[in-house]
Unconditional design. Structure first.
Length: 151
């Protein structure tokens, strides 16, 4: 791994109106006093895909290998990348019940990105007053609103 040179905080969230339905993702990147917000939307998706997309977009926005603290309100994302993914890969991307892993395309992207950085994964309860989580939730919903406004 390359030398890690910066400390970055990333906060992520995904949202979906209907599941499946129109969805959005939001990211807050923070390095020292500098912050950057990212968001986007997809027409026909799921909440879990948007949670994954937020983490992917946050890590992908980093310009160089970094030490990252990534906070999500998704246990699916946090446990998937820290606990489940090794088993999925060992079983040929099958779950414990031998069914194909859902969202494999996004898990593979997230896996590649996490190998470029040193990532510590944190979970926070959603909609519980956490300032950064509320901000990324609003960004995810902005992604949906902007997508729907285009129609």
């Amino acid at each position: 791994m390359k030398t890690l040179i910066s400390d970055v905080e990333i906060f992520t969230d995904g949202a979906c109106r209907g599941n499946p339905g129109p969805g959005g993702w939001g990211v807050l990147l923070r390095a020292g006093d500098t912050e950057k917000e990212l968001w986007g939307g997809e027409a026909d998706t799921t909440n879990n895909r948007m949670e994954l997309k937020a983490a992917i977009e946050g890590l992908d926005a980093l310009k160089r290998p970094s030490t990252v603290s990534l906070t999500t309100d998704s246990q699916y994302v946090r446990k998937g990348i820290t606990e489940w993914i090794a088993g999925w890969k060992a079983k040929g991307w099958k779950t414990a019940s031998r069914t194909p892993v859902k969202n494999r395309d996004l898990w593979e992207k997230l896996d590649v990105l996490t190998q470029q950085h040193k990532v510590e994964w944190h979970w926070v309860k959603g909609h519980s007053g956490n300032e950064e989580n509320e901000r990324v939730d609003a960004l995810a919903n902005r992604g949906i609103d902007e997508l729907l406004a285009e129609d």
